[in-house]
Design a protein around this ligand. Structure first.
Ligand code: TYM
Length: 360
């Protein structure tokens, strides 16, 4: 089986020549997607659809590593699907599905729980951040979260993974797991993964604190721009965004030690698709007022159509559920034979009891 291209003969979804590199990426349905998700990941997902075979997952198994209200989780999964489609994910040419619907993820994650070392997981900074001070009270799922991530990608032999900067360490761990599996079992089965972390907004920071990541699960709604925020809310959040008393610098070097200014300028540059230096050439030497007004305008122009399209798609939840279900079937058709082979490699006998469908 070829592992350098990530393609698996006979398992490519119809219409996607197996020669195109395979991409996998995921997003948790733990809230409405933010500007950070959009600039750090989703916009790249949309672009990479050209020239790649893409598999995108709404990772509900990952979401429940911290408490989620069941009814809210269902709603947020649908809202996330609508947002992704509104951003431009093409669920016909590529695959979009909810992770829990494809059993292969959890099956391979268990094998990876037995491959990854506790010492590796102990080094994960995101676990430390998310578990906070009371690590004993964190779920075991939160601890092994990166193993499930490795399974998500490797169950498809995907080789390229577009993510924001915060996922870099998890992808390094996925490569460690793939290598240890191959080494321990004497196979060349799992390919190496190449992270795709791009652009001036690979790490968008909170609007209230330029040293903290913008996050959909931050308790303060003022800390982030949600992709569904109406124009007046976007304008207000930007007007209130934390800054410092100095005027904007004229050169990128002048952003050093000014995390809030750097963040807002980085967002502007990413949205306008111009270099940071070009933003500063225009606004350097001025206070933040005019710049913030222009930034709010840019955001509203960009996000307004996405919010409207999200609402339109959400008006037909049955169609959305059917779309995810079709995506899950196509995803399982790729992942099942790969995970079955991994199970054979580790020494499991063949055979599987029938799985009843989940009640609707
Ligand atoms: P999640 O749901 O936190 O975020 C989804 C994507 O958005 C990126 N991102 C950001 N980028 C820039 N600035 C920010 N402030 C920001 N916040 C989030 C994330 O890097 C991510 O790319 N563990 C993943 C989901 C996942 C996954 C996977 C990703 C599960 N399995 C397999 C890739 C491959 C996560 O929690 O993403």
């Amino acid at each position: 089986m070829s592992s350098d291209t990530g393609s698996t003969p006979g398992t490519s979804p119809s219409g996607n020549p197996a020669s195109r590199p395979r991409i996998f990426s995921g997003i948790q349905p733990s809230g409405v997607p933010t500007l950070g998700n959009y600039l750090g990941a989703l916009r790249n997902w949309v672009r990479l659809q050209e020239g790649h075979e893409c598999i995108f997952s709404i990772v509900d198994l990952h979401a429940i590593t911290v408490w989620q209200e069941p009814e809210r989780l269902r709603t947020q999964t649908l809202e996330m699907a609508a947002s992704l489609l509104a951003c431009g994910i093409d669920a016909e040419r590529h695959i979009l599905f909810h992770q829990s619907a494809v059993r292969a993820h959890a099956q391979l994650a268990w094998i990876f729980n037995c491959v990854a070392r506790i010492g590796w997981l102990n080094r994960m900074t995101q676990f430390k951040d998310k578990a906070g001070k009371d690590r004993e009270a964190a779920s075991a799922g939160l601890y092994v979260y990166p193993n499930l991530m490795a399974a998500d990608i490797l169950a498809y032999h995907a080789t390229r993974v577009p993510v924001g900067d915060d996922q870099r360490q998890h992808l390094e761990l996925a490569n460690d797991i793939a290598q240890k599996f191959n080494h321990d079992y004497g196979v060349d089965f799992f390919p190496l993964i190449e992270p795709i972390i791009e652009g001036p907004a690979a790490r968008v920071m909170s609007l209230r604190d330029g040293t903290k990541k913008m996050s959909k699960s931050d308790p303060s709604d003022q800390s982030r721009i949600n992709l569904t925020d109406p124009p007046d809310v976007i304008a207000l959040k930007i007007r209130r965004a934390k800054t410092d008393p100095e005027p904007l610098p004229s050169e990128p070097g002048g952003l050093e030690g000014r995390p809030e200014a750097r963040n807002l300028v980085g967002i502007y540059a990413a949205l306008a698709e111009i270099p940071v230096a070009a933003v500063l050439a225009q606004y350097g030497g001025q206070g933040f007022a005019a710049f913030k007004e222009a930034l709010a305008e840019l955001l509203i122009t960009h996000l307004g159509p996405i919010a409207a399209e999200t609402r339109r798609i959400l008006a037909d939840p049955a169609a959305l559920i059917a779309l995810l279900q079709r995506g899950a079937e196509r995803a399982a058709a790729i992942a099942d034979p790969i995970v079955a082979e991994a199970e054979r490699i580790v020494g499991f006998l063949p055979g599987r009891a029938g799985l009843p469908g989940r009640p609707g």
